[in-house]
Design a protein around this ligand. Structure first.
Ligand code: PBG
Length: 339
């Protein structure tokens, strides 16, 4: 029987065996030796925004410090990332033209497909994840096919399957469905297998909250819904148990990696999920989490390196194996620079 009133670290008897208070002599190397967590770029996934076509990298106003890459120049970036020790990218595409059904998303020459090809040529070992959603491809900015003002779940899942196959055919290692449709993982798994891509993995955005912290991303990906919001398909931030249920469903449907998003506002979900699933868990530190720290650091209110590093440790401590973060290149640089 558990005795919740007894703190496990309280010594039982202080009278007969008094504990001597002492501290080990610590140096930075001793602290490193015993640190539970070792920051390393080897656990980072870097999100990359693509321009609709070729062209030089251009700044993203809502994400200062980040660039949107042309489908030809992304190869050079890939080489740099490998040199920096960053093992993986997560690609976000933009179409040349937004359509009602967002069909450029599954085109054989979409920005994502062209980028995958140029990354594969430039950096064969970089692991490629691709975001699979419709929101940046549709005129209305919702994550699926609309029927009236409602999302048609099954029609959307069918399109997500087509997008995934297009990405897998170009050479993506993992597709990352982020539309939060029901049964999207099962649908995508079946589509990939039917097309002969059974070795392509699914990194499922399984627990994705309807978060205010996606604001800067929507500007970067031009994907703000033209009416309504995403609360019909994303999770209510008040519901932790429901988040665990979503993780469970995606695991059952065949997800290879479970993504929790956002990261700091959902540390409890990561920590509760950790002992329940053998899957790698990836935490997505989203655009608003990046923007908060960047903005405060720019004003001199926070020390950027210390603050970012602390968030990484917290996310890692909660149980995440991988961190998807816009700070990946900064973290790699800081780790090269040493303490
Ligand atoms: C697409 C998608 C979004 C993000 C990742 N994939 C936006 C959204 O759901 O509105 C957010 C990422 C970020 O904020 O960094 N559905």
């Amino acid at each position: 029987m558990r005795r919740p009133d007894v703190h496990p670290r309280t010594p039982r008897s202080t009278a007969s065996s008094p504990r001597r208070m002492r501290r080990l002599r610590t140096t930075p190397s001793v602290r490193d030796l015993f640190a539970e967590i070792r920051g390393s770029p080897a656990r980072l996934v870097y999100p990359v925004f693509l321009r609709p076509a070729a062209g030089r990298p251009e700044p993203i106003p809502s994400l200062p410090g980040l660039l949107r890459y042309g489908t030809d120049t992304v190869g050079a970036l890939a080489k740099e990332l490998v040199r920096e020790g960053i093992p993986a990218v997560l690609l976000f595409g933009l179409p040349r033209r937004k359509e009602v059904d967002g069909h450029e998303a599954w085109a054989a020459d979409s920005s994502v497909v062209r980028a995958i090809r140029s990354i594969r040529r430039a950096a064969p070992d970089l692991v490629i994840w691709t975001d699979v959603c419709l929101c940046s491809y549709t005129q209305h900015g919702h994550c699926g096919i609309l029927r009236g003002k409602e999302i048609d779940n099954d029609a959307t899942v069918e399109r997500l399957g087509r997008i995934s196959v297009a990405h897998a055919r170009a050479g993506a290692d993992f597709v990352a469905p982020s539309a939060m449709m029901d049964h999207q993982v099962a649908g995508i798994r079946a589509a990939l297998d039917a097309a002969g891509f059974d070795a392509t993995g699914i990194a499922a955005y399984a627990a994705k909250f309807a978060s205010a912290f996606y604001g800067p991303f929507r500007e970067a990906a031009d994907s703000t819904p033209s009416f309504g919001d995403r609360r019909g398909y994303q999770l209510d931030p008040r519901n932790g148990r429901e988040a665990l249920q979503e993780l469970e469903l995606d695991a059952e449907e065949g997800a290879d990696v479970l993504i929790v998003k956002p990261a700091l506002p959902a540390l409890d979900v990561i920590a509760r999920a950790r002992p329940e699933f053998p899957h790698p868990i990836a935490a997505y530190q989203v655009s608003g989490e990046y923007a908060m720290i960047r903005a405060a650091a720019d004003r001199g209110w926070l020390e950027e390196r210390a603050a970012v590093t602390e968030t990484m440790h917290a996310i890692h401590r909660a149980g995440a194996d991988l961190m998807i973060t816009y700070f990946a290149r900064d973290l790699a640089r800081w780790s090269r620079e040493g303490r």
